[in-house]
Design a protein around this ligand. Structure first.
Ligand code: UDP
Length: 506
C-alpha cells in the first residue's frame, strides 16, 4: 500500500522517518473477511445493526488507520481475538493493521511478572522496581520509534496489555489518539495487583480510553469517564470454531497423532483465515505423555497456554484423585508447543511440572492421562486441531486460578460442550451456573472439580442440557457483531486527532 503508512524501505510517516533496517516490529498480515457471512447466523435485526455500525465507523475514521499493537501473533487469547476481529474490520473496508513488539527476553521476564501481578498473583516473587522499569522502558524505545514512523496524521492506535502500556507516552506526546486495552485483571485487588497497577500508572495518564473485559479489571488510577467495558468474542466461522464435517473430527485427531484406532488415510481440509483451504499434516510428536487416546474413548479436556494460573496440574490431580470419575474416562491436557509462544517464558517450566506429575502417576492412570503440546508453526492448522479436540471432548474444563476472560470457555460453549470452569474473572460473565455450564466456586477445590467431572461424565441428560444452554449463551452475547458495535460506539465518543493539517477535528 502506498502513502505514509507503507511498510517500504525508508518509510516516512507523519511522525518521522525510519530506515528499513531499523524496523523492529513485525506486521501480522490480516486477510479481510466479509461480514456478510454473519448475516444468516445473527438474523435480520442484528444484521441491520451491523450495517448501520459499519457505515458510522467508516464515516468516523474517514481514512484513518486503526492500528493494533500487542506482544505476540500466536498463542493466547489476545492473538486469537485480533486474528478474527481485525479480519472483519478490514472486510468492512476499514484500514486496520496489526504490529507485534520485538523485545529482548529480559523485557518479557518483567512483563510476565506484571501479568501475574495484575492477576493478583505473586508470580516469580521478583521485584517491579526501578531496575525492572528501566528494562521495560528500554525494550520499548525502538518499538516506539518504529511505530511512530509508520503512523499517518490522525491515525488511531490501540495498544494491548501490559507489554505495550509503556508506548502510550511516546504516542500521546505526539498528539496520537491512543486506546489501551487490558485483557487481564482480578476480581478483588490485593498487594500483587496494586504493585502491578502502580508500575503501569505513569503510562496510563494520557490515554484517551482504557478498555477492560469487566468492570473489576479497571486500573485504579483511571477515572470512570475514560473507562470502557467490552467483553471479547469468538468468530464462529474461523478454523477454531467452524463446523467440521462428520468423520473429519476423528480423522483430524488421528492425523495430529492425538488419537489411535481411526483410519487417517483420507485428507482432512480446513478453512484458512486468508480464504484458502489447508490440509492437516501428519504429526508424530504432539502427544508428549500418555500416547494417543484410543478412538471413541470419552475424555475430559483442558486447552490452555502452559501458564500456572491455568492450573493444568490441578486438573490432573482432580481427575485422577476422585472416585466419581469413571475409570474408562481419559484426561487430555493440551497447550502450545512451548517454543511457539514468544512472550511466555514460563511455558516450558509449567509443561515440565505437568510431565513430572504424570511420571509420578500409577501405570493405570498414566495410560488415561495425556499431555499434548501442539505445533504452532501453522496457526490455522493448530486452530483446526483445537476445534476437533473440543468437539470430540465429553467434558471441557477450564480450572483457571485467575482468568482474564477465557476464550477457551467461549469456544467450547459454542460447540455445545458441557463445561466445568472456575468462577473467576470473565468466566463468570460467560457461564450461568447450572444453565450454560457448571461453575467451580473455589478454583482450588480439587475434590469439587473431580466430583463435577464425574457428574457430567455420567449424566448424559445434564451434559446435553448444559451444552445446549452454552451454545445459546454464546449466540446471544459473544459473537463479533456485539463486539464490533461496541468499538463503533467507542470511536464515536472519543476525540480523534486531526486526520491531516487543515482537516476538521471531531
Ligand atoms: N490455544 C490454541 N492452541 C493451544 C492452546 C491455546 O490455539 O495449544 C488458544 C485457545 O484456543 C484460545 C487461546 O489460545 O483461543 C487462549 O485464550 P484464553 O482467553 O483462554 O486465555 P489466555 O491465553 O489469553 O490467557
Amino acid at each position: 500500500m502506498a502513502g505514509p503508512h507503507a511498510d517500504s524501505p525508508g518509510t516516512r510517516g507523519a511522525f518521522g522517518t525510519l530506515n528499513r533496517h531499523c524496523r523492529t516490529m513485525r506486521t501480522v498480515d490480516v486477510a479481510p473477511t466479509s461480514l456478510d457471512r454473519l448475516d444468516h447466523l445473527i438474523g435480520p435485526e442484528r444484521w441491520a445493526g451491523v450495517q448501520r455500525g459499519v457505515q458510522a465507523a467508516q464515516a468516523r475514521l474517514d481514512g484513518r488507520v486503526f492500528w493494533h499493537v500487542n506482544a505476540t501473533a500466536t498463542g493466547g487469547g489476545v492473538a486469537e481475538m485480533l486474528q478474527t476481529l481485525l479480519a472483519y474490520v478490514r472486510g468492512a473496508g476499514i484500514d486496520t493493521r496489526w504490529l507485534v513488539l520485538d523485545c529482548p527476553e529480559p523485557f518479557f521476564a518483567v512483563t510476565k511478572r506484571l501479568h501475574n501481578a495484575l492477576h493478583g498473583s505473586p508470580g516469580d516473587g521478583g521485584a517491579l522496581g526501578a531496575k525492572e522499569r528501566s528494562v521495560y522502558e528500554a525494550g520499548l524505545v525502538p518499538n516506539a520509534e518504529d511505530l511512530l514512523s509508520r503512523l499517518g496524521q490522525g491515525d488511531v492506535v490501540q495498544l494491548h496489555d501490559p507489554q505495550t502500556a509503556g508506548l502510550i507516552p511516546h504516542l500521546t506526546g505526539r498528539g496520537v489518539s491512543v486506546l489501551w486495552r487490558s485483557h487481564i485483571g482480578c476480581d478483588t485487588t490485593n498487594e500483587h495487583s496494586a504493585r502491578g497497577w502502580a508500575f503501569l500508572e505513569p503510562y496510563l495518564r494520557e490515554v484517551e480510553a482504557v478498555v477492560v473485559s469487566r468492570p473489576s479489571y479497571a486500573p485504579p488510577s483511571v477515572p470512570k469517564e475514560r473507562l470502557v467495558v467490552i467483553a471479547p468474542s469468538i468468530d464462529p466461522f474461523a478454523a477454531k470454531n467452524a463446523a467440521i464435517p462428520n468423520g473429519d473430527v476423528q480423522r483430524t485427531l488421528a492425523r495430529a497423532g492425538l488419537v489411535v484406532g481411526v483410519d487417517d488415510m483420507l485428507e482432512v481440509r480446513f478453512p484458512r483465515r486468508d480464504g484458502t483451504i489447508g490440509s492437516v499434516r501428519r504429526h508424530t510428536g504432539a502427544m508428549v505423555a500418555g500416547g494417543p487416546v484410543p478412538a471413541h474413548t470419552p475424555y475430559v479436556l483442558q486447552v490452555s497456554r502452559w501458564d500456572r494460573l491455568k492450573d493444568m496440574a490441578g486438573v490432573l490431580r482432580a481427575f485422577v484423585g476422585h472416585p466419581d470419575v469413571p475409570v474408562a474416562a481419559h484426561l487430555v491436557l493440551v497447550g502450545p508447543a512451548v517454543e511457539g509462544v514468544s512472550d511466555d517464558p514460563e511455558g516450558a517450566e509449567v509443561l515440565q511440572e505437568c510431565l513430572q506429575l504424570w511420571e509420578e502417576l500409577d501405570p493405570v492412570d498414566r495410560a488415561r492421562v495425556h499431555l499434548a503440546a501442539l505445533p504452532m508453526d501453522d496457526v490455522d492448522e493448530n486452530a483446526h486441531i483445537v476445534n476437533a479436540l473440543q468437539r470430540q471432548a465429553a467434558v471441557v474444563v477450564q480450572k483457571s486460578l485467575q482468568e482474564g476472560f477465557g476464550l477457551t470457555v467461549t469456544e467450547a460453549m459454542w460447540k455445545s460442550r458441557p463445561m466445568i470452569a472456575s468462577a473467576v474473572g470473565g468466566i463468570q460473565d460467560q457461564i450461568e451456573d447450572g444453565v450454560s455450564g457448571l461453575l467451580l466456586a473455589d478454583p482450588c477445590d480439587l475434590a469439587g472439580a473431580g466430583q463435577l467431572m464425574g457428574r457430567l461424565l455420567t449424566d448424559d441428560a445434564l451434559a446435553a442440557r448444559l451444552g445446549a444452554g452454552a451454545r445459546e449463551r454464546v449466540y446471544q452475547k459473544f459473537l463479533p457483531d456485539r463486539h464490533l458495535l461496541q468499538y463503533e460506539q467507542l470511536l464515536a465518543e472519543m476525540p480523534l486527532a486531526l486526520r491531516h493539517p487543515g482537516g476538521t477535528t471531531a
